[in-house]
Design a protein around this ligand. Structure first.
Ligand code: 5GP
Length: 214
């Protein structure tokens, strides 16, 4: 169901958080509930984790492939995270936006800064914080898909990543997945209704005025 009565600019929604704050689960739930949302699938040079599928969770590419995507201008943004490269393929985002969909990005603060430089008008930045460092540690260990060394590395970087929260428009403390998803849905409703995003508003109001004057 369309939220507004007329065309509007597509929204680029960024979700960032330190690893283990629940961002991936939240974005999965959002995708189930929000038919107007399209998930941007990133390219990465990191190895797939168990259960991750090429083209579903990421496009798993070699460093050479990644570099050529970068060189050919195929990436909207890119960054090195935990020793691997990650980037957002441009084409899919443009296609989704032009077909009236909003796009959800699960990217880090470096990519968010690049999107803010390129498309600040269309951007809505949401940062997800864990309820505590203890909980973050537990979630990283429970996930147990990465080696102990990687987990330690990610924990030590979490504080770094968290320091970027003031660069975001909205902050969610993820005590409870359902509640966080609901809060993000509320943000989406408000952002979609912003005057400048409802591009058909002028003709809608003008038509009503014309009718009165008839
Ligand atoms: P993971 O390897 O755990 O899937 O992701 C590690 C980090 O890389 C996460 O913070 C995730 O948001 C970020 N990331 C994933 N894809 C991209 C991307 O395309 N660009 C940027 N800048 N960061 C990404």
């Amino acid at each position: 169901m369309a939220l507004t009565d007329f065309p509007r600019r597509g929204l680029m929604i960024v979700l960032s958080s330190p690893s283990g704050a629940g961002k991936t689960v939240i974005s999965k739930e959002l995708m189930k509930l929000e038919p107007l949302l399209s998930l941007s699938i990133s390219a990465t040079t990191r190895e797939p984790r168990t259960g991750e599928e090429n083209g579903v969770h990421y496009y798993f590419v070699s460093t050479d492939e990644f570099n050529s995507m970068k060189k050919n201008g195929e990436l909207l943004e890119h960054a090195a995270v935990f020793g691997n490269f990650y980037g957002t393929p441009k084409k899919a985002v443009e296609k989704a936006l032009s077909s009236g969909k909003d796009v959800l990005f699960d990217i880090d603060w470096q990519g968010t800064q690049q999107l803010a430089q390129k498309a600040s008008q269309d951007l809505c930045r949401i940062f997800i914080l864990p309820p505590s460092m203890e909980e973050l540690g537990k979630r990283l260990v429970t996930r147990a898909q990465d080696s102990e060394e990687i987990i330690r590395n990610r924990m030590s970087k979490a504080a770094d990543e968290m320091s970027h929260w003031p660069e975001y428009d909205y902050i969610i403390v993820n005590h409870d997945i359902e509640k966080s998803v609901h809060q993000i849905q509320s943000i989406l409703i408000a952002e979609r209704l912003k005057r400048e995003r409802q591009t058909g508003l002028v003709s809608f109001v003008n038509n009503m005025r014309d009718e009165i004057e008839k």
